[in-house]
Design a protein around this ligand. Sequence first.
Ligand SMILES: Nc1ncnc2c1ncn2[C@@H]1O[C@H](COP(=O)(O)OP(=O)(O)O)[C@@H](O)[C@H]1O
Ligand SMILES: [Mg+2]
Length: 479
Amino acid sequence: MAKKQKKEKLPKIGMLYLDYVLRFFDKSNFRGWPDKIETVTYHWKNDKDRFVREVKRKKIDILIGNIPATAYETFREIARALPNVQFIPSLDTQFSNKSKENVTRFAWKYDIPIPKTYIYYDKNKADKFIGDTKYPKIIKKSYGPSNYGGYFVHKVDSKQEARNLLAQKKYHPAYFQDFVPMEADVRVMLIGHKPVCAFWRRAPEGEWLTNTSQGGSMDYMNVPKELLDLAVSVSKSANAEYWACDVAVGEDGKFRILECATAFAAFPYIRDWIGQYLMWKFSKGRFPKPNIPLFNWEELGKMDPSVLRTLRYITFGKYTPSYDGAYFLDKKVRETEEGDMYLHELDSLYPMLLTEDRTKEEWPSEKWNFQDNYGKTIRKVHAKSNPHTPVIEGDESEESEEITESTIILTEKKIHKLLMSVNGIGKKKAEQIMDKFDTTEFVHALETAPHKIMEEVSWFKKKFLTKLMKEWEEFKAKL
Ligand SMILES: Nc1ncnc2c1ncn2[C@@H]1O[C@H](COP(=O)(O)OP(=O)(O)O)[C@@H](O)[C@H]1O
Ligand SMILES: [Mg+2]
């Protein structure tokens, strides 16, 4: 009797987690993987060596997960200490997750259209630029522990406004863009360079910010082919297993990338698709490639988000021309610059592709970590001086999230304790404040608009706020 052929051994997978950071994947996204999936959790604070040891001890071949901006540089070091471990997405692919500056440098390298951007580490150079340039301009915070949809994006109409803003905000580097009047922007999510979800985000009447968290609207219909093409080429440039880009549609009709990253909010069924794609990649075909038709989002998007949040493991049948009308791809045509096309024809132009496995570093920190390499004004983010603020990526809602959205999540108990640590705030007063805010809102207020607390709570005066902010900073430093 012939020997049964032994199945090729699968690589050992580990999930990369960080304390205080929401998990993008869990094991359920890898349903059907026959072997044990390990998990390794980074605890911040001088945890680099222990983390490396744990990965080695567990004999992990592939470590999967998003790395938040504040841990990015540490993880570049960790990846070097683990040359035989494949990070998915690679640290190079995650380069854009760290900061807007990195997105810009990535776009410059690959000739990706973006609003014209100017970055200055040198105050005098920034000042000279402010004096010489034309207005309006956009000023953004490039890197920061929290990124709340547009909160750190400002439009300035004159030198004076630009100077005042930077004097007040002290953003470093000074990051400017030409102001591009835009109709809307589109968030595109891709897996293996194939678009799997896309939706429009439109600014409220008379506003320029298209972030839906600021009251705009969203819809899924008729995303142009040429816009998807741009998103695909950006995903390819990043060699990304999964990817999201925000593409602005200018009033001039041009497409420009505003943001791109591997960390984004996605419904669970999208994360299942990513898991299936990765299992296909890692198993060299033993697991099937998921079949995810283009424009599926136009149909799924008709469902209420509360339903979309609960759907799991969505699969689609393959297109067969003879199976009359049973498949939506068969029925519809789409206008493109090259003429009308059936959806199934279009679908075939967007294959789901394998990413390349590379060993050479594309964005070594010695060269590309400007933020730490430049002067003393910025604190180093190496393993020994750990990031102050853990961040949390994504959530399960799809209406308001930003790419690399980050929120610190605290329990009510912790917030209660924090409030009580302020002189003059006792149990009752702490409870009054917590009646007004849920935990997320409260952290959001602390990080982006502390005066909100004064507005909501009549007895909460400036002196409380000052003390609370001090406690908050200390609390974060201890995280
Ligand atoms: N150069 C620009 N010109 C005009 N509007 C812009 C520009 N850059 C950003 N915006 C608007 O500001 C929003 C937020 O900017 P973005 O770079 O995406 O930062 P955030 O991280 O806050 O989402 C965008 O969705 C867009 O509506
Ligand atoms: Mg944005």
